[in-house]
Design a protein around this ligand. Structure first.
Ligand code: KG4
Length: 333
């Protein structure tokens, strides 16, 4: 089964062609990072205009790389939400146009399901599993007993991890998106600032990162007022140690509590080397899966794979009345 995947929920225009939920024939990604860098974050209006400009070229490139024809496609899978509404609409309308032109079935995919199913490209997803989903907009702990069965057990009460990374990077003068820069510098420093670890003492699997973010901001301001230099490498290391300790320990604690052996990590922050190293160090005995970096951040291959499994689990198709949704729940009530 050949699935065409389309992703445009934020600042990446991506089109992929994937065979049988596994074999990635093409995964073309046009990133707008350079465009938004000067603003210090994604500007929604600029993002949607750029998607309009790029989408046809990214389509053409994907078919060229995969060496297949539009008529060969069996299913069109598109991110229908959540995300920036103007950006999502470009992908959804491109998908509907393709579906209409070539008379192909279409299925709307949840962006977070896409991130989770990035793990099915290089590994086999074994159930039950605990998924730690960490991105620019989300931080969630999810239990899956089978394909497309999501139980959200914990989530952030304030900032998402990626958001905290990007804000901390900004405070110490690193470019957007800050996560990869903080990760790189963290490996050059030491945990000398001993920032707080926020576990929440309510027995839940929720997270909170706004206090940690404020601790970094206050520390940087206090040092500046005293005319002292911030050791950026040490601050990045201290921040990363605090974040990864909480993420890894809470994930493992949930897996132990539910007697689950399989752990997967998903979303842009799953590209973080410190997180991977800590999972390897502390996750002894668990079967831990983290996608390669190219499948961690937004891409259409993960949407094609999620679309494939969604269709296999429940072959309910969308139709041309499908609309983009900025705030779509992963679990329907
Ligand atoms: O999943 P993603 O591409 O987009 C969303 O759906 O949010 O995630 C983007 C986020 C950004 O906040 C970025 O700073 C973060 O992922 N990120 C990282 C790393 N690579 C990307 N954060 C920490 N360490 C990294 N290596």
């Amino acid at each position: 089964m050949l699935v065409l995947g389309i992703e445009s929920s934020c600042d990446e225009t991506s089109v992929a062609i994937v065979r049988d939920g596994k074999e990635v024939l093409a995964n073309v990604i046009n990133s707008q990072i350079k465009i938004h860098e000067k603003f210090g974050g994604v500007v929604p209006e600029v993002a949607s205009r750029h998607h309009v400009y790029q989408i046809s070229m990214v389509f053409e490139e994907a078919f060229k790389v995969a060496n297949v024809k539009p008529m060969d496609i069996d299913l069109v899978a598109v991110t229908e939400g959540p995300g920036l509404i103007g950006s999502l609409l470009v992908g959804v309308n491109a998908a509907k146009t393709f579906s209409l032109m070539y008379n192909k079935p279409i299925i709307g995919v949840h962006h977070l399901a896409g991130h989770i199913y990035a793990n099915a490209i290089e590994h086999e997803m074994k159930f039950p599993l605990v998924a730690l989903l960490v991105s620019g907009g989300n931080t969630e702990l999810i239990v899956m007993k089978e394909h497309f069965n999501f139980e959200i057990v914990g989530q952030t009460l304030d900032d998402a991890v990626g958001e905290a990374y990007d804000k901390v990077a900004r405070v110490v003068g690193l470019p957007y998106p800050g996560g990869p820069h903080v990760d790189r510098l963290a490996h050059l420093g030491n945990d000398t600032y001993h920032l707080p670890r926020v576990y929440l003492d309510d027995g839940s699997y929720n997270f909170s990162f706004s206090g940690l973010k404020s601790a970094v901001i206050n520390l940087a301001h206090n040092l500046k007022q005293r005319n002292e230099e911030v050791n950026v490498n040490d601050l990045c290391c201290s921040f990363q140690d605090s974040v990864t300790e909480v993420l890894v320990r809470k994930t493992i604690s949930l897996a132990k509590q539910r007697n689950i052996n399989n752990i997967i990590v998903a979303g842009g922050v799953s590209a973080n080397k410190g997180l991977k190293e800590r999972f390897i160090k502390e996750g002894d005995g668990f079967n831990i899966s983290i996608p390669s970096i190219k499948y961690c951040t937004d891409n259409a291959a993960m949407i094609a794979v999620a679309g494939y499994y969604q269709y296999k689990t429940n072959p309910t198709l969308s139709d041309l009345s499908m609309n983009a949704s900025a705030s779509l729940d992963l679990v329907s009530e």
